[in-house]
Design a protein around this ligand. Structure first.
Ligand SMILES: *[C@@H]1O[C@H](CO)[C@@H](O)[C@H](O)[C@H]1NC(C)=O
Ligand SMILES: *[C@@H]1O[C@H](CO)[C@@H](O)[C@H](O)[C@H]1NC(C)=O
Ligand SMILES: *[C@@H]1O[C@H](CO)[C@@H](O)[C@H](O)[C@H]1NC(C)=O
Ligand SMILES: *[C@@H]1O[C@H](CO)[C@@H](O)[C@H](O)[C@H]1NC(C)=O
Ligand SMILES: *[C@@H]1O[C@H](CO)[C@@H](O)[C@H](O)[C@H]1NC(C)=O
Ligand SMILES: *[C@@H]1O[C@H](CO)[C@@H](O)[C@H](O)[C@H]1NC(C)=O
Ligand SMILES: *[C@@H]1O[C@H](CO)[C@@H](O)[C@H](O)[C@H]1NC(C)=O
Ligand SMILES: *[C@@H]1O[C@H](CO)[C@@H](O)[C@H](O)[C@H]1NC(C)=O
Length: 418
């Protein structure tokens, strides 16, 4: 089957690139943040045996050594103090290396886990796991705000693609997120995986015209750790994808809910407790307190706890301030997320004569005063009316005697009314 020159050229270039993109299979860790280098054991059960394991850096430095005798741990030795194994490692066969802080590494670095079973000096077999770690500075990752859309940039500026049959694939780890196929410039296939984590993924409308194959996520999921997304081109019949054309690292942030502050005045204690609460944000914020809008309480009087929320990488924060302040003191709690450039405040205003209550009594005074005045005006008006009627009655009495009776009836009725 004849293969066109252009196809061969593109394939050749992509394969060439592949040799330089091995690090794309690496776990990505942000310098200074925790990371887990995955290693799962699925061989014959180990809990009745004597064995030890060792995590090493490719240079040879031992990061962690641990042993078990018939299911009982005999000790863990960590060279640097920053590495540990997951809890229940033996029960779950999960021997992942958990580093508390990713070191700044020049280029990708490989780590190996070797198992030594039985205690006898066996000749060294291949490592059980080999994991590559790529350390990135925080600024190297695209920042997505949880729940909001984000675009993971990927531009192709190589060969004219509109004469080829090819497809584009976006993956995260082993998971395929999107595949889109073109035949000589016509879009022929489009698969989009809608997962709870990423919701909808798509490519820009004019991807082929502009060579813009950026992955658009409709809603950023809350990621525990930065995650790599890869885009590969598959040219021709749909064989295994080539090495990624783009690798984009995504890390997530989320805003906290506006805090609430609660004042607790325990009856016996001299100190007042203030509780400040906020949830749903990431990364960890800093919490500040301010008394009467001017001075910060001493450090020892504040305790702040930051806990992960259930099944989420978002945090739940509670800060407690113990202060010896009068009832009229104003206390403010601020939750600050520098990376989102956000400061959220909540204030507890001291106990005061409630302005609402005083306004209500004012209103009552105005109302009753108005009522008195109204009644007084009516009375005066009625009296004046009466006097004037009496006068006109006297005049009438002098001239038309005949109308007297009916007029008197009318006056009587008026008097009863008043
Ligand atoms: C494990 O080691 C202990 C103490 O060294 C020994 O008594 C035991 O027989 C060993 N068990 C196995 C299964 O090798
Ligand atoms: C692309 O695929 C179509 C249909 O399968 C085929 O007719 C055409 O020759 C292909 N073009 C190239 C450049 O391979
Ligand atoms: C994706 O987002 C849309 C709108 O934001 C929402 O209606 C839908 O339920 C979401 N789907 C999933 C699987 O989360
Ligand atoms: C409250 O304050 C007074 C005077 O400052 C002190 O004598 C007393 O022990 C305090 N009580 C408590 C419960 O802290
Ligand atoms: C946050 O933590 C507090 C106290 O630890 C708890 O009462 C509350 O339910 C938590 N809220 C969420 C949303 O996890
Ligand atoms: C958390 O996740 C686990 C496992 O995925 C699930 O069994 C559990 O019900 C979840 N808990 C909540 C509160 O969603
Ligand atoms: C804060 O201000 C109020 C009113 O201005 C005052 O009564 C109170 O004593 C002040 N509190 C502190 C701790 O300075
Ligand atoms: C909270 O207070 C800070 C400083 O007092 C201010 O810069 C910030 O804008 C306030 N935040 C909000 C949401 O009002």
């Amino acid at each position: 089957m004849p293969v066109s020159w252009s196809t061969t050229l593109v394939l050749g270039l992509l394969t060439y690139c592949a040799c330089h993109e091995e690090e794309d299979e690496c776990v990505v860790g942000v310098v200074g943040e925790p990371v887990s280098l995955p290693c799962l054991y699925s061989g014959p059960p180990l809990d009745a045996r004597n064995f030890s394991l060792e995590w090493r850096r490719s240079g040879g430095q031992v990061l962690l050594r641990a042993g078990w005798e018939e299911g009982q741990p005999t000790g863990t030795d960590t060279g640097t103090g920053t590495a540990r194994l997951p809890e229940a490692a033996l029960q779950n066969g999960d021997f992942s290396l958990e580093l508390s802080a990713v070191p700044a590494l020049r280029g990708p670095q490989t780590f190996h886990l070797t198992l030594e079973v039985g205690g006898e000096e066996e000749e060294e077999g291949p490592p059980l796991c080999t994991v590559c770690l790529r350390a990135v500075e925080e600024e190297e990752c695209i920042v997505g705000v949880v729940g909001e859309p984000v675009s993971l940039p990927c531009f192709y500026s190589g060969h004219q693609l509109d004469t080829l049959n090819f497809s584009v694939e976006w993956r995260s780890g082993a998971q395929l997120l999107l595949r889109s196929g073109w035949e000589e410039g016509e879009l022929v296939d489009l698969w989009q995986w809608h997962t709870v984590a990423t919701n909808t993924t798509r490519l820009p409308e004019d991807a082929l015209q502009n060579g813009d194959f950026s992955l658009e996520l409709s809603a950023v999921p809350p990621l525990r750790e930065p995650q790599n997304f890869h885009m590969s081109l598959v040219v021709g019949g749909g064989e295994a994808p080539s090495a990624p054309l783009c690798t984009v690292c995504l890390r997530t942030e989320a805003s906290f809910t506006p805090p609430s502050v609660q004042r607790l005045d325990p009856p016996e204690a001299n100190q007042t407790t203030f509780l400040c609460h906020s949830v749903g944000g990431r990364p960890k914020p800093t919490v500040h307190w301010l008394i009467n809008g001017t001075w910060a309480p001493p450090a020892g009087s504040v305790t702040t706890s930051t806990l992960p929320m259930v099944n989420s990488s978002l945090y739940n924060i509670t800060s407690r301030l113990l202060a010896d302040v009068s009832a009229h003191t104003t206390v403010t709690c601020s939750v600050e997320s520098p990376s989102l450039n956000q400061i959220l405040n909540a204030t507890s205003y001291g106990v005061k004569v409630s302005p609402v209550a005083s306004r209500a009594s004012d209103a009552l005074w105005v109302f009753s005063g108005g009522l008195c005045l109204g009644v007084a005006v009516l009375v005066v008006a009625a009296i004046i009316y009466q006097v004037m009627l009496d006068k006109s009655h006297k005049k009438l009495g002098k001239t038309h005697r005949g109308g007297r009776e009916s007029l008197n009836h009318g006056f009587g009725f008026n008097r009863n009314l008043l």
